[in-house]
Design a protein around this ligand. Structure first.
Ligand code: ADP
Ligand code: MG
Length: 697
């Protein structure tokens, strides 16, 4: 087999391939389109399409698809073959520039939140040349954005690209103030660390809850969970290693820089982290990674669970979104740098992020709100639903010194004068100890830890980019007219620290005392559920900000509100029905059968020996009968709740009802059934237990 450098990105129409295959003029124009967002004309597109098609066919592709990310959260594709009839009756393989640039999927069944319903059912996809085309199996996938004919975004990529553009615009204004006129573009970068569980496929197939909902809806705690923490960074089992090896190989062929892999805290939980890329590419690659993870697992007799909380009582899965801003000249704007000038610039970008997170923490929270992620945020595991920021002691001390005009307790113990003094380098060691913070500074980037494992990272990054763009806009407005730039800069940074320091918290984010302080003393929002968080999307300050930067229109925001809430309601409704079904047709019959067998045995013993005690059997039969009666009525209650839910007819009301009635009733049924599990003979239990699933690979 060939070496990694030989096959890396062998399935990608990347820069190397473009340079080799495109006429020089075409290559240069395409590069300008990619790097600077310059428009691409049809003639050029024709040349690119021809080269792309020839390359794809040589690499075994027969079809092409516009690959896009509708609001369902998964990626969508509709395959067309390259085949076209030639005049002599044979076929040619062909891709036109027009077909490359724009597609028209029959999109009427993708969610639009009412955006298309009234006037135009169709949507169109538009090529995004900033993300390279690639071959998946026999199909050339062309990354695209997905819009309605009115131009409204129906996907996650369009607003993501708009948010990157907004940040670029504002960051360039700031850099100009610092005299950096050579910088032409500022991009945001993301390295998403992806957590997942692996379970045995044969066991998975015996559990309707896993099949229908991706998580276990029942299951008593096994005697051993994650308390020994012996899985974290532990030796990787051969079967899992074989899976990871193949996964890496598949991802590398697709140009995904899969880099680190290790076991996570919970048994059967693992993590994969790629090397970071621009946010747009990182988002596409993460979608691809999730898809390939699931596909490769099947080949190894495994199933990859990406749900945020597949198992109650053990850690759930998230995605750590490592985020930074950098220039096309190769500078990381969140790196303190080595000169006083770079330090001052760093501090300004840093306080921009602090201000952004404080003012728009509600947007960050709702960007990651799903039924699945609600089980993680707000439960006793990382991170809490209250958004706060961790800066670490060193950096906090610097901000304190600026705020209070007092000597900085660093090396020289003197007052910090921005633009004159040099900050220490914030080493990763001192900045990365806190693992409980939702938004942590880790040396030269921020790590947003609230994203759900199953979610696209697009939504979170749209909101991060947008709110930082807004902070930078205000800073640029304030500084552009300043006569004494250094003085104004110092004053601005100081004023921002005072205004937004409430969002900074370096302590333990799991602590109940913190949640109390955050909400009661600092006034930070605690949006525990999706139903609580989503309405914030339509709050005036948020609508104003997102429309000001042309990231969303008002109608796009409304549609997203509807779709995200609808998704929450539908997800829980499926879970409720699955629970009722499993209780009625699997758990209740099994427990009743076991109780009957015990009663039978008891009768037989008594017939043989009337004085025999049968205390054990009697006790268990009584308890199980009690539990089955109770489970039966709790199942009734769930079914009734679903009927009531269906009659509400308004998604906001439905979401509230799901939170207040459906989910609590599900928890009640679960508690009863889990107790019954602990009293029922293993041979009677109808599906694999937590112990089987968590320790079965
Ligand atoms: P952790 O200790 O959080 O697991 P890792 O080093 O394993 O840290 O992963 C951190 C992630 O952050 C990787 O995906 C890495 O590529 C990414 N990363 C590193 N530097 C940057 C940066 N400047 N901007 C964005 N992401 C970055
Ligand atoms: Mg991390």
């Amino acid at each position: 087999m060939s070496t990694v450098p030989e096959y890396f990105a062998s399935r990608v129409f990347d820069d190397k391939v473009m340079r080799a295959r495109l006429p020089e003029k075409v290559y240069k124009s395409l590069r300008q389109t990619i790097d600077q967002g310059k428009p691409l004309d049809l003639q050029l597109a024709n040349a690119v399409a021809t080269a792309m098609c020839a390359w794809a066919v040589e690499n075994g592709a027969t079809h092409f698809t516009h690959w896009f990310q509708p609001l369902t959260g998964i990626t969508a594709e509709k395959h067309d073959s390259f085949i076209n009839g030639a005049p002599d009756g044979r076929v040619i393989m062909e891709l036109t520039g027009k077909a490359l640039i724009q597609g028209e999927p029959d999109a009427s069944s993708f969610p639009s939140g009412g955006l298309r319903a009234t006037f135009e059912a169709r949507g169109y996809t538009a090529w995004d040349p900033t993300s390279y085309a690639f071959i998946k199996e026999k199909t050339l996938c062309i990354p695209t954005a997905f819009c309605s004919y009115g131009g409204e975004a129906l996907d996650k990529k369009t607003p993501l690209l708009r948010s990157m553009e907004a940040l670029n615009r504002q960051a360039l204004r700031i850099l100009k103030l610092f005299g950096s006129t050579d910088v032409k573009r500022v991009v945001t970068n993301v390295g998403p660390e992806q957590e997942y569980f692996l379970v045995d496929r044969a066991m998975y197939e015996k559990r309707k809850d896993l099949i229908y909902t991706g998580r276990t809806l029942f299951g008593a705690k096994p005697p051993k969970g994650q308390e020994l923490e012996d899985h974290y960074f532990g030796a990787i089992k051969p079967r899992v290693q074989a899976y990871m090896d193949e996964l890496n190989e598949e991802l590398w062929k697709l140009g995904v820089l899969a880099k680190t892999e290790h076991n996570e805290v919970a048994p059967a939980q693992h993590e994969l982290a790629p090397i970071y890329a621009t946010t747009n590419v990182a988002t596409d690659h993460n979608q691809l990674t999730m898809e390939i993870m699931k596909k490769v697992a099947r080949k190894h007799g495994l199933v990859c669970l990406l749900h945020e909380k597949p198992f109650a009582g053990v850690n759930g899965s998230g995605k750590h979104n490592n985020w930074s801003m950098s220039t096309d000249t190769g500078e990381n704007l969140l790196s303190p740098g080595e000169t006083p000038y770079e330090n001052a610039r760093f501090l300004l970008f840093l306080v921009a992020v602090i201000k952004a997170v404080d003012e728009y923490s509600d947007l960050l929270r709702l960007a990651v709100a799903t039924a699945g992620n609600d089980h993680r945020l707000g439960a006793n595991e990382a991170p809490p639903a209250v958004v706060s920021m961790f800066l670490g002691d060193e950096l906090s001390a610097v901000l304190d010194a600026i705020e209070t005009d007092s000597p900085y307790a660093g090396a020289e113990k003197k007052k910090l004068r921005l633009g004159v003094d040099i900050l220490p380098l914030f080493s990763r060691d001192t900045t990365d100890r806190n693992r409980t913070s939702p938004f942590a500074f880790t040396g030269n980037k921020f790590e947003f830890r609230m994203v759900g494992s199953n979610d696209s990272i697009a939504c979170a990054n749209i909101m991060i980019n947008a709110s930082v763009a807004e902070a930078l806009r205000q800073f640029a407005d304030a500084l552009e007219g300043a006569e004494d730039f250094d003085g104004a800069l110092h004053a601005l940074i100081k004023e921002q620290i005072i205004a937004h320091k409430r969002i900074i918290f370096n302590g333990n984010g799991y602590d109940d005392a913190w949640i109390k302080e955050a909400t009661e003393v600092r006034g930070l929002p605690n949006l525990r559920t999706t139903a609580d968080a989503l309405p914030k999307l339509l709050e005036q300050k948020n609508v104003d900000m997102l429309t000001r930067h042309q990231i969303f229109s008002v109608s796009e925001l409304r549609s997203r509100y509807e779709i995200q809430l609808e998704n929450y309601v539908r997800t829980v409704r499926i879970e409720a029905l699955t629970m009722a079904d499993m209780a009625r047709r699997e758990i209740l019959p099994a427990v009743a059968a076991y109780a009957a067998a015990l009663a039978d045995g008891m009768a037989k013993k008594k017939a043989a020996e009337p004085d025999v005690s049968c205390g054990y059997e009697g006790k268990v039969v009584k308890k199980l009968s009690c539990l089955t009666d109770c489970a039966d009525s709790k199942t009734d209650a769930i079914e009734k709740a679903v009927t009531e839910l269906d009659a509400l007819g308004d998604v906001t009301k439905e979401a509230g009802f799901v939170r207040d009635t459906v989910l609590p009733r599900m928890a009640e049924l679960r508690a009863v059934c889990d107790e019954a599990e602990t009293l029922t003979a293993a041979s009677y239990w109808p599906f694999p237990t937590y112990g089987d699933l968590l320790f079965g690979v």
